[in-house]
Design a protein around this ligand. Structure first.
Ligand code: ZN
Length: 130
C-alpha cells in the first residue's frame, strides 16, 4: 500500500494519525473508556496489538496498555517536537500507534499510549472502530 492508497481507504483523521504520525486530541477517542474483554487490533491491517486485560486508565486522555500482544508492536526513536520519545507502530503495516513511556504499572512498568483512531476493538460479537 502506498500513501495514496491509504488516503483512499482511511478517513482524513485516520490518515493523519496512522500514516502521518499525527496525534488525536486527548479525551476524544471512541475507545478511551472501552472496558469489555477482547482484543485491540490495528485499524489499518487487522493485526492483534493489545489484549484488553492490559488496558488501564492512565488519566492521560488516550487508551493506555501495559503490554502489547506478541511482538506485533515495533519501536523507534522519535525526536520530533523537541522531545525524545519512543514511537510505537504496527509491525505488519507500519501504522503509527502512539508512544511508549516507562511509567506504567506492574508487571511491565510500561505505558503504551495509543491513539484510539489507530485501533479497532474486537470483543464478543462486537467490533468498534476507534
Ligand atoms: Zn497494521
Amino acid at each position: 500500500m502506498t500513501q495514496t492508497d491509504w488516503s483512499e481507504v482511511l478517513s482524513p483523521e485516520e490518515y493523519r494519525v496512522c500514516r502521518q504520525s499525527g496525534t488525536e486530541r486527548p479525551f476524544t477517542g471512541v475507545l478511551l473508556n472501552e472496558s469489555r474483554d477482547g482484543m485491540y487490533i490495528c485499524k489499518c491491517c487487522g493485526a492483534d496489538l493489545f489484549p484488553s486485560e492490559s488496558k488501564f486508565d492512565a488519566g492521560c486522555g488516550w487508551p493506555s496498555f501495559f503490554k502489547q500482544h506478541s511482538d506485533n508492536v515495533g519501536y523507534r526513536e522519535d525526536h520530533t517536537h523537541g522531545m525524545h520519545r519512543i514511537e510505537i507502530f504496527c509491525n505488519s503495516c507500519d501504522a503509527h500507534l502512539g508512544h511508549v513511556f516507562p511509567d506504567g504499572p506492574e508487571p511491565t512498568g510500561q505505558r503504551y499510549c495509543v491513539n484510539s483512531v489507530s485501533l479497532t476493538f474486537k470483543g464478543d460479537g462486537v467490533e468498534i472502530k476507534g
